[in-house]
Design a binder for this molecule. Structure first.
Ligand code: FDA
Length: 305
């Protein structure tokens, strides 16, 4: 049943008509639990509140699978506005973004021009930028773009997904760039030809890449809500005397907020991924796919109306 629901929501997450309708009708069905609002002003208020609790942030202007240059350029403009807001309001925040929102499906030229504009604005305001990882068909290209940008800019990192078979090789290959990487389990529906179908194998691979990347001496963001993975990281850093300055935990806005605060109290750096904007539909569907309890929450919200 759980797997069926998961596949259903991942299938819905790619529906273009529903994506367009969602943009038109605003945050619905409990999406506000996971999305900070539709404007940068609302997102800024949320970030200030999190920062006051000693939580760091990475902000994401929601958008993906853009298929025309005008829209990709507008997406980049909005990310630059977010960077300027971070600078102006002195927010403890980085920026995250997706390559398909910058024009990955249009041309290399469009995506590189947009990324350079963003990274230059980010350098000015001392903001670090993480390139989110999307589905497998875009993974190789995204890593190539990251490598190209990393040669020119220091303030860029990317995401590596534990569920892919290629991941251990990617960690080895990327080591030459000493990258700041966010490590995650992976959120898209992938075929068993490219990704581990069993959760246990994903978890084992997750532990393996956390260990490899940390022991390579690289900055590591362990992005998970899973206590088993958090405990594993704590023990690993203790065993190898790795400083708290070399890693951080990350969680998504609206998920396990109490746990986020506990980790801060324990002395760890904790960063919350805060999405905002009107293209919330695909992001929201992936959150529902991850956890059936989230679906129950949405249904309760709908029944109350
Ligand atoms: P998983 O979903 O396997 O859950 C394991 C356990 O964690 C549960 O059994 C439960 O004990 C606990 N748990 C989880 N949610 C809980 C809740 N709401 N309440 C209580 N307990 C809960 N993916 C991707 O493909 N590309 C990307 O760029 C990113 N970026 C990203 C950034 C950040 C900051 C995070 C946290 C995650 C991502 N992801 C992502 C998503 C990631 O790949 C993954 O889908 C989700 O984090 C869910 O996996 P978990 O590791 O949280 O554990």
């Amino acid at each position: 049943m759980e797997q069926l629901l998961r596949n259903f929501f991942l299938f819905l997450s790619k529906n273009k008509t529903l994506t367009k309708l969602a943009k038109k009708y605003g945050l619905r069905f409990g999406a506000a639990r996971f999305v900070a609002g539709e404007s940068i002003a609302l997102a800024t208020d949320v970030i200030k509140d999190l920062n006051q609790k000693d939580l760091d942030v990475t902000i994401d202007y929601l958008g993906e699978f853009v298929d025309n240059e005008k829209e990709a350029n507008e997406m980049a403009d909005n990310s630059i506005l977010a960077i300027e807001a971070i600078g102006k309001e002195k927010l403890q925040s980085q920026l995250s973004l997706k390559m398909t929102s910058m024009g990955l499906d249009i041309s290399d030229d469009v995506v590189m021009k947009n990324m350079k504009r963003i990274l230059e604005a980010a350098e000015k305001h001392n903001v670090f930028v993480t390139i989110d990882m999307e589905d497998y068909s875009r993974c190789g290209k995204t890593i190539e773009i990251f490598k190209e940008l990393k040669k020119e800019y220091d303030n860029v990192g990317t995401v590596i997904q534990a569920y892919l078979y290629r991941t251990v090789d990617d960690i080895k290959d990327l080591n030459q760039y000493n990258p700041n990487l966010r490590l995650v389990k992976g959120a898209y529906k992938e075929s068993p030809e490219v990704a581990f179908p069993e959760k246990k194998d994903v978890d084992d691979n997750f532990k393996k890449i956390i260990e490899m990347h940390l022991l390579n001496g690289n900055y590591t963001a362990v992005a998970t809500h899973d206590d088993a993975m958090i405990e594993y990281t704590k023990e690993l850093v203790k065993k190898h005397k790795i400083s708290n300055e070399q890693f951080e935990f990350q969680m998504l806005y609206g998920i396990r907020p109490e746990r986020q605060l506990e980790l801060v109290k324990e002395g760890y750096r904790m960063r919350v991924y805060v999405p905002y904007g009107n293209d919330w539909y695909g992001y929201f569907m992936r959150r529902l796919a991850e956890r059936p309890a989230n679906v129950a929450f949405v249904l309760k919200g709908m029944l109350k109306k």
